[in-house]
Design a protein around this ligand. Sequence first.
Ligand SMILES: *[C@@H]1O[C@H](CO)[C@@H](O)[C@H](O)[C@H]1NC(C)=O
Length: 134
Amino acid sequence: MASFIGRTMMLMLLILFLTITCEARTYVRIINDLGGGLNLTVHCKSADDDIGVKVLRSKEWFEFSFKPAVIIRTDFYCSFQWPGSFKWFDVYYEARDLNDCSECWWSIKSTGLGPCRLNWETNEYDHCLPWNKD
Ligand SMILES: *[C@@H]1O[C@H](CO)[C@@H](O)[C@H](O)[C@H]1NC(C)=O
């Protein structure tokens, strides 16, 4: 009897452990849609992680992924640099994005308000947000 309870407990702990560790990842993708053959230099960070500096050629993209934290919020911000411009943007802001995207794909253009996120329903980059204020 004791061993039956013991085994049931172990099984429940295992299930709990798997539920926590297999939690879905979030994917952030950055696409260079500046046009004009311009390279885009991107540097993304969170409080704990530094993704490093990436240079994207025209139309090139890169992606990183992470598990949104349960207790402490996860936020990733990047700097975006191309000739004549230096911008900041929160590519993942948990309070804004947690229930909105698990594949957060951002198109970076030199024109307009700021980055535009892929809307998976319309298949268009029509969810545009302003660059961060300095
Ligand atoms: C873009 O970057 C690549 C190397 O990463 C370089 O070879 C190329 O000349 C750059 N293009 C422009 C337009 O600066």
